[in-house]
Design a protein around this ligand. Structure first.
Ligand code: GLN
Length: 491
């Protein structure tokens, strides 16, 4: 069974089809694996009861008919900032510690319709604000790579660290994360799995508890590129209940087989700005090696420039905090979530609820965001940042005249040790961690992180591919080509 838990979705389905085991057997193997890896703290809530019910339904489907959905009986996990009806959805925060939504996020609804079996809700940085999964009221998630003990471990990356570890350790075949500035790709990079951030608006945000509405997108974490395409096919497409989703009908992606894959003539850009000061030499070397490998395989690789990259982090940070300030206003202790024991005045109730219910990171972002939004500052900060955002997006539009895709590092280094990571503030960490990932969110373009090799210290090194809007078929095909060439999972 150990091997089955490391295989891809297509193979798992074949084994289910051939009745080598039932969906419930598969689920139980996954749940055993969850127990074995409990010390890594990937899950906030296990949905064992619901999973057993769903897998029993799948058992019948595999018994009786050949008419099955793409994900029938396949165990998956979802980040705990997606609403799941009747199942707690906490955002790893005190304020939503006991919050049980009454409706399902569209992403979860579609996964259920495709037959997937939810095994649990995964850990994150509070309200997805972070890049380490170290700021959760349930404690930090630990990376399985380089793990020595619960004192000495590497961070999982974040904010979807729980989802990345769940996939990396074989507790499920895929997991949903969210990606506002890199939260799917960053942990994917550190945990050695595939992390896809789709085009903004391709996947519904309904029921994804908002961080930055203009950048949020549900992300996908899997061990194989093919599996990312299968999950994307299940969740993508217009949602009448999310007016920001694209109305153009979604066409399912069928990636070429490994043998048919080719990069001949593909124009790949290497943006010089991403070779920044803090880039680890081993990551740089890996980046150069893969560019050379692609060139040798027939691609046209050339250096390009995205001149506004250096302003991206500051601009992202301002816009992020402004949208956070407005999004967090709904948590007032009145309608839902935690309410402080305070009845002197409504104002006092608000203030106590919010100062106790949010951690320091969230409180800081609310304060700073409101400062930027003050009448006297609005022009200077918020509006200015919107203009710079346009310039950053334009950099990408201009570069597509020259190349079809971009190849960059995903993160500047391998996963940092927890004790080093927490020396810096959340803001300083985000400035470092999101450097390569957040520009794609500012421009709304798709990006995928793909593991390449292990560093000298035995930690995953990953690269990122970005493409123009709706170029998922192209960037995933290139990711699959690289996956096939480097054989990371065999390393
Ligand atoms: N690290 C970034 C932030 O804290 C990204 C978060 C995300 O993508 N959810 O804003």
């Amino acid at each position: 069974m150990e091997k089955v838990l490391q295989t891809n979705i297509r193979n798992a389905r074949k084994l289910l089809h051939n009745k080598v085991f039932t969906p419930t057997d598969l689920l139980n193997a996954c749940l055993d694996r969850v127990k074995e890896t409990q010390h890594l703290n990937a899950f906030i809530t296990l949905t064992t009861k619901e999973a057993l019910l769903a897998s029993t339904q799948s058992n019948e489907i595999y018994q009786k008919s050949n008419d099955r959905n793409e994900l029938d009986g396949i165990p998956i996990a979802i980040k705990d900032n997606f609403c799941t009806a009747g199942i707690k959805t906490t955002c790893a925060s005190k304020i939503l510690e006991n919050f049980t939504p009454t409706y399902n996020a569209t992403v979860y609804k579609r996964l259920c319709e495709a037959g997937a079996v939810l095994i649990g809700k995964t850990n994150l940085d509070q309200f997805a604000m972070g890049s380490g999964t170290v700021d959760s009221i349930y404690g930090s998630t630990k990376n399985s790579w380089g793990f020595k003990n619960t004192e000495d471990f590497c961070i999982a990356g974040g904010s979807s660290g729980g989802s990345a570890v769940a996939v990396a350790t074989g507790t499920c075949y895929g997991a949903i994360g969210s990606d506002t500035g890199g939260s799917t790709r960053n942990p994917a990079s550190y945990c050695g799995v595939v992390g896809l951030k789709p085009t903004y608006g391709l996947v519904s945000r309904l029921g994804l508890i908002p961080l930055v509405n203009s950048m949020d997108v549900p992300g996908i974490l899997t061990r194989y590129v093919d599996d990312a395409a299968i999950l994307l096919n299940a969740i993508a497409g217009h949602d009448p209940d999310d007016s920001t989703t694209l109305t153009k009908p979604y066409k399912s992606i069928r990636l070429p087989s490994a043998k048919q894959l080719s990069v001949k003539g593909l124009k790949i850009g290497i943006p010089v700005e991403y070779a920044c000061e803090n880039l680890d030499p081993e990551v740089l070397e890996t980046w150069n090696d893969i560019a050379a490998m692609l060139e040798n395989s027939g691609a046209a690789v050339k250096q390009v420039s995205l001149p506004h990259t250096e302003f991206s982090i500051v601009c992202y940070s301002i816009l992020n905090q402004c949208e956070v300030a407005s999004n967090m206003a709904r948590y007032d202790g009145i309608e839902f979530g935690y309410r402080a024991d305070e009845n002197e005045s409504t104002e006092k109730l608000y203030s106590k609820t919010r100062s106790v219910g949010f951690n320091e990171v969230v409180r800081n972002r609310i304060l700073t965001g409101n400062y930027f939004l003050l009448t006297r500052n609005y022009e200077k900060y918020f509006n200015q940042a919107l203009k710079v955002r346009r310039l950053i997006a334009d950099d990408f539009y201009n570069v597509w005249e020259d190349v079809q895709v971009l190849l960059t590092p995903t993160t500047l280094s391998t996963a940092p040790k927890y004790k080093d990571f927490v020396q810096k503030t959340n803001r300083d960490q985000c400035a470092m961690q999101d450097f390569c990932t957040q520009p794609a969110n500012m421009a709304g373009i798709p990006a995928v992180s793909i593991p390449i090799k292990l560093s000298k210290t035995g930690l995953p090194i990953s690269l990122q591919i970005m493409g123009r809007k709706l170029s998922e078929p192209m960037i995933l095909a290139l990711a699959k080509f690289i996956e096939n060439a480097v054989q990371f999972r065999k390393q």
